[in-house]
Write a protein of this length. Structure first.
Length: 286
DNA sequence: CGCCCTGTTGGGGA
DNA sequence: ATCCCCAACAGGGC
């Protein structure tokens, strides 16, 4: 479930509930969650501290507690945070927060999610800076930035978008969506994009993420298994993600293949295939 | 029933 | 720089 818009939605829903409360107990049921750090190190650093703010950077949720102690939660594929969940919804509970008597559960069937501890501002900055590039929702993703980063690179543009160290928070679905909106094929070598395409793609990434947040799909109270997808968030505003269905714009059948190691959906009319790959760098022409 | 494939992620090793 | 595989689990197709 959690792409950036879902993480942001969870953050917005949760922040008013948790900010100002004190973390009385942090029960880590799955020791893998804190690897390679020992669970008790995380527990001891956080228990008894007041939660000052719940923030987000990329797909990380950042709990800022007293004395500059931070807990960074990554939901990965199937993680979620549930406020006062029912027993059924909490079936895969991995971590339990006691916030002044209120229960918050980190649930994660697949157990990919992680919890990281960062004590002190520099430690937090070092952790984030090593992993995350510009924040698209803070106006940092511009066509000029994209073009500068892409220059000379041969990687498929989709792989480029998914690299968190360049642009923070673009996941598989939103990469497809942005490329569709910008009319760019996912396998296009990123260094061959024109200036206009870089501008269009930067705008499309921001627009797609913003649309996802506005759709406000994720909810912290409701976690189910729907249509084979954990979470059941409906991305109705996105390009079709079923092969064989018609493109909303032109009616061409959506095709699916693997790009950057992920399932990728494309309208090859709206997103023309790149010319055959060349050994030599291609010159950039419009 | 079993086997195989897939998956809204990121890290490590080749 | 780029690609492949892996973590662990559930559901669907055959």
């Amino acid at each position: 479930m959690p792409e950036l818009p879902e993480v942001e939605t969870i953050r917005r829903q949760l922040a008013p509930k948790v900010e100002g409360r004190t973390l009385r107990e942090l029960r880590i049921l799955d020791p893998r969650w804190t690897q390679p750090l020992a669970p008790q190190a995380v527990t001891e650093a956080l228990e008894g501290r007041r939660v000052e703010a719940l923030e987000r950077r990329g797909k990380y949720l950042i709990w800022r507690a007293e004395d500059d102690v931070h807990l960074l939660i990554h939901l990965r594929m199937t993680g979620t945070l549930l406020w006062e969940p029912s027993d059924a919804d909490a079936a895969h509970e991995r971590v339990r927060f006691d916030l002044d008597g209120a229960r918050l559960s980190f649930c994660d069937p697949r157990r990919f999610g992680t919890g990281e501890l960062a004590v002190g501002g520099p430690a937090l900055a070092a952790f984030l800076d090593a992993r995350l590039g510009v924040e698209p929702l803070q106006g940092e993703l511009t066509g000029a930035y994209l073009r500068a980063q892409a220059r000379g690179r041969t990687a498929p543009v989709k792989a480029f978008l998914l690299d968190q160290r360049r642009i923070a928070g673009v996941g598989n679905i939103y990469a497809d969506e942005a490329l569709f909106r910008a009319g760019i094929h996912p396998l296009r070598p990123v260094g061959t994009l024109t200036r206009a395409q870089c501008d269009a793609l930067a705008d499309a990434v921001v627009a797609a993420l913003t649309a996802g947040i506005d759709a406000g799909g994720a909810t912290i109270d409701d976690f189910r298994h729907v249509d084979g997808v954990y979470g059941g968030f409906q991305h109705d505003f996105l390009v079709h993600r079923r092969e064989g269905e018609p493109c909303d714009t032109c009616g061409t059948e959506i095709v699916k293949f693997v790009a950057a190691g992920r399932g990728t959906y494309v309208c090859e009319t709206c997103q023309p295939r790149p010319r055959r790959r060349r050994r030599q760098a291609a010159s950039v022409r419009s």
